[in-house]
Design a protein around this ligand. Structure first.
Ligand code: BTN
Length: 274
């Protein structure tokens, strides 16, 4: 395979090989934008490009890419996969947490299918690979959900995967980063990986539409479970203890030293002593 040819992410190249039925069938490539999540949201709000469910916007470079908790998401031009998917699930609001789960599962499966690299998930939205006995972050998800009348009217699922970033160019981050180039020791073609992500996302969405919760499979991939963790929450105090699992909606269940079970709905987790 010609890797450079397989790296072409422009519309004709992607639509020529994409095997999905609806995710990515409306696909837009831009060489550069601020943030694909923000640009896709602007399209939805202004009606520009009239984006239907499944619309994908991919950028080869983001000048103000966003991570969770107000962090920046940086990747050198042409090195990575940076894209957002518009979904209109219409599910009851309590199922909003399913989106980050199924997007994480889809990206993890796609990475393994195209590169052979095993992927774990770090609660709630980090894609991790083990290199030299240490878990490192290879990607992250940013889901911006819009609720209306108690339902998830729309969601923009942002996916950032560090694909061909050399070790020396990896961004500094709270969770030690890596890339698929570093993990595999060779450049990875981005187009097959993108198409696999979209296909697995469509499959997980369709399972969820049929009422199948992604929580058991997601819980099974979480590297955080069974570990001593520290969880920082946006509003509450620091929670320390044993991460026992997640509830049906994706909240992390942490048992502290006196046996009290805490439900951590949002925040950040670090594995203690690592
Ligand atoms: C995180 O790990 O904190 C989430 C990172 C999400 C990054 C992706 S890149 C494509 C999309 N556009 C953004 O601005 N962010 C997401």
């Amino acid at each position: 395979m010609d890797r450079m040819q397989d790296d072409d992410l422009q519309e004709a190249a992607v639509l020529g090989v994409l095997t999905t039925r609806w995710v990515g069938r409306h696909y837009r490539y831009v060489a550069e934008t601020g943030s694909t999540n923000d640009q896709l949201k602007a399209w939805v709000e202004t009606g520009a490009n009239d984006p239907p469910a499944g619309t994908v916007l991919l950028a080869d470079y983001q000048s103000s890419g966003r991570g969770r908790l107000g962090r920046a998401w940086e990747a050198p031009r042409g090195s990575s996969l940076l894209f957002s998917v518009l979904l209109r699930p219409g599910w009851p609001a309590e199922r909003a947490g399913w989106l980050v789960m199924l997007a994480g599962l889809a990206a993890a499966e796609a990475i393994t299918a195209t590169t052979g690299v095993a992927v774990g998930l770090k609660w709630p939205n980090d894609l991790m690979v083990a290199t030299k006995g240490q878990w490192r972050k290879v990607g992250g998800l940013l889901v911006d959900s819009g609720l209306a009348d108690g339902r998830v009217a729309q969601a923009i699922v942002g996916v950032g995967l560090n694909v061909n970033i050399p070790a020396a160019d990896l961004p500094t981050a709270v969770t030690p980063p890596t890339s698929l180039l570093v993990a595999t020791g060779q450049p990875v073609a981005r187009r097959p990986l993108l198409c696999a992500c979209l296909l697995h996302l469509e499959q997980w969405m369709e399972r969820a539409e049929r009422g199948h919760s992604p929580q058991p499979e997601w819980n099974g991939r979480l590297i955080t479970i069974g570990e001593q963790v520290q969880a920082t929450t946006p509003t509450g105090p620091l929670v320390e203890g044993l991460a026992e699992g997640t509830d049906e909606w994706g909240s992390l269940l942490v048992r502290d030293a006196v046996g009290k079970l805490h439900t951590v709905v949002a925040g950040d987790v670090s594995l203690r002593g690592r």
